[in-house]
Design a protein. Structure first.
Length: 672
């Protein structure tokens, strides 16, 4: 086999990524040197991403590649892309230019497949590819008329319903959902002429169990109508992509010619439709494909599955963890969905004996955890002091968190994160939302060291683009008629009035500074922006501000604005000087903590300890059903976060003596 990299290239990559830290182990060198399609299977904290980054640094120094080929790197989150940029610094510049492509799988599918085929079939670009917006369009359609009004309208238009409905009285399907659906969407949609070609990946909670029911057909027709309006869900984007590949299989050759290498990070989080697209697009195997991941950590995007979509082939393996010591490793060897006895701890890391906090009242758990953070020591410092030292060194990945699977639930008898911490706000990720319901949401105050004045300038432009979209305004330069982009918006703005454009540039600089420098929500500035949009921007672009959606977007003040500061305040438990962030397991995936408290919660009528008591006692037990396997995946991710100290909270009636380290178990037991 021809090796991918020379020793001096690997040495250079090490100097960039690890500097004075130990050199790459042989298993990582084997992966860096590999120049063929292989899977890479890695344990938590193994340095998998660093190994991938080493290959990217070597490739960056070789650009351009022969025949002007590039590399494609696909991830599941923009956070992973940002991590690559931050770690590579200026080395990342050339990697993010043509012919290379870095991005999420979703953005790749949108850019190269879904949008081009949509433009081919409909003659224009889709307005937005976004789940929240697509589902919100359905939801909004059913919110403002009484049932009697809907029933009256239904009587007037019932003959327009398609003949494809199964036999039966059409009035049997009357309810607020379906009537508003018909009123707002059905009248604009013709089931006989609209192109219903795309493959439908089933929603997790379909509106009807049987495809032939009236309810199902109405729901599907709603989706089609929204689809025709240019608002596409993520699943529909993959459906479009697969249709494109099936209709024009030659595009696979184009991608294989462009990309010499395809790297996929966190492969275990890849869904079946994402796998379908990748496999069909690169079917000819000319591209070298390397897929990095750990099937034991497949809990992506607020879900966990007992079945792995990724079928590992001919893997290279990293079995040594750099994150934690032996005391935590021995837990993870058993708390795992498959035998994991090859997991090797880091001998240079001091990990304390894991502690099981047994409770009768969940509200007593966090105070007890705080006591442990003060009384347990790593060397000369308490666990809490160790976390402060990490913070002082600006090691922001080292934190103390309490994490759980189920955030909130409507049943008071079920154990959730909120049972332990009533202030818990399950919407902790709302600040990452891409699309917003109001101007106010676009211009929320952001916190963090990396927030810049230009971030607010970009948000103002995004809000203006959203208003243009609501007003169905297109950029028309005589050659093309399409949705506005940031570039075409500014060009058209200056063409319409250079005086107004100069005024806008002065204003946007002032507004951005005001929002950035304010401590909280900047109401005066946002009111000024609202006035400007209504009096200057909308008239200049011939936008009718009396349109309900536009007026509501500009003036809406009813949203409960969630800022980074309020999220942190709501989701941080404080006791004296100690602060513990309370959050979900999904939100901490990929993180490293000084200490982690795993809060057991109720999932399908059972808490975690009742499902995996054998594994918690140090006896590997093949999971008997899907729920056990899902629980083991979730627990494995959560319990592999801490570097030094792992705790787990379980109810008194779930406690088994076999857990106790004094009785041959793996846990030190304390009572809350």
């Amino acid at each position: 086999m021809i090796k991918f990299a020379k020793p001096e290239e690997i040495q250079y990559a090490h100097s960039i990524l690890l500097k004075d830290k130990p050199y790459f182990e042989q298993d990582k060198i084997d992966i860096i040197e590999c120049n063929e399609s292989r899977d890479v299977k890695a344990c938590p904290g193994s340095g998998k991403t660093t190994t991938l980054l080493a290959k990217l640094i070597i490739l960056a120094n070789r650009m351009p590649l022969p025949n002007n080929q590039g590399i494609c790197v696909l991830t599941h989150t923009n956070v992973a892309i940002d991590e690559i940029k931050n770690k590579l610094g200026h080395k990342a510049d050339i990697l993010f230019k043509y012919p290379n492509h870095f991005g999420t799988i979703q953005s790749f599918v949108d850019k190269f497949l879904a949008i081009p085929i949509y433009k081919t079939l409909w003659g224009s670009s889709p307005k937005r590819i976004d789940n929240d917006l697509a589902y919100d369009q359905i939801k909004k359609a059913f919110s403002y008329k009484t049932f009697d009004e809907k029933k009256s309208i239904y009587a007037q238009i019932k003959d327009r319903l398609p003949n494809t409905f199964p036999p039966g009285k059409k009035t049997d399907i009357i309810n607020s959902f379906e009537l508003e659906l018909i009123l707002n969407l059905w009248v604009k949609f013709d089931i006989n002429t609209s192109p219903i070609f795309y493959r439908n990946y089933k929603d997790e909670k379909p509106i009807a169990k049987t495809k032939g029911t009236n309810t199902y057909l109405l729901f599907e027709s709603t989706r089609y109508a929204i689809f025709n309006k240019g608002i596409i869900s993520y699943n529909d984007a993959y459906s479009l992509a697969l249709h494109y590949i099936d209709k024009f299989p030659v595009i696979g050759n184009a991608f294989s010619s462009r990309f010499k290498y395809l790297f996929i990070d966190e492969m275990q989080d890849t869904d079946i439709h994402q796998l379908d697209v990748i496999e069909k697009l690169f079917y000819d195997k000319k591209t070298i494909i390397q897929r990095f991941g750990d099937p034991r950590q497949a809990i992506y995007h607020n879900k966990v599955s007992a079945n792995e979509q990724w079928k590992i082939q001919n893997p290279l393996t990293i079995k040594d963890s750099k994150r934690f010591g032996e005391n935590i490793a021995k837990i993870l060897r058993y708390v795992c969905c498959e035998e994991n006895n090859t997991l090797t701890a880091n001998p240079d890391i001091t990990s304390l004996h894991p502690v099981m906090i047994v409770f009768e009242k969940p509200e007593n758990v966090l105070p007890k955890f705080c006591e442990l953070l003060s009384s347990k020591h790593i060397g000369d410092n308490s666990v809490w002091e160790t976390s402060l030292n990490c913070k002082n060194r600006e090691d922001t990945s080292h934190k103390i968190k309490a994490i759980g699977w189920v955030g909130t639930d409507g049943s008071p008898d079920k154990l959730t994160i909120k049972s332990y911490f009533p202030n818990f706000n399950k919407h902790t990720k709302a600040k990452d939302k891409v699309d917003y319901d109001s101007l106010k949401s676009f211009l929320r105050k952001q916190t963090g060291e990396k927030v810049r004045v230009t971030d607010y300038s970009n948000k103002i432009v995004e809000a203006l683009l959203h208003i243009l979209s609501l007003g169905n305004k297109k950029y028309d330069n005589g050659k093309t008629n399409r949705n506005y982009t940031k570039t075409t918006l500014l060009e058209d703005f200056e063409d319409k009035s250079s005086e107004r454009f100069m005024e806008y540039k002065i204003n946007i600089a002032k507004w951005s500074r005001n929002i950035h420098n304010s401590e909280t929500y900047c109401s005066t500035t946002i009111e000024e922006i609202r006035t400007y949009i209504k009096s200057v921007f909308c008239p200049l672009f011939a936008i009718d501000t009396t349109i309900h959606d536009i007026n509501n977007f500009i003036d809406n003040n009813t949203e409960n604005l969630i800022t980074d500061a309020s999220i942190r305040y709501n989701n941080v438990y404080k006791r004296g000087e100690i602060e513990i962030e309370v959050t979900t397991i999904h939100s901490v995936k990929g993180e490293t903590h000084v200490a982690t408290l795993y809060l057991e919660t109720s999932y399908h009528k059972k808490t975690e300890s009742l499902r995996i008591e054998n594994q918690l006692a140090g006896n590997y037990y093949e999971p008997a059903d899907a729920y056990e396997k899902e629980t083991l995946k979730m627990a494995h991710v959560g319990m592999s976060r801490p570097k030094h100290f792992l705790c787990m909270a379980i109810r008194q009636n779930s406690y088994k003596e076999s857990f106790d380290i004094k009785n041959g178990g793996m846990w030190e037991i304390v009572n809350a």
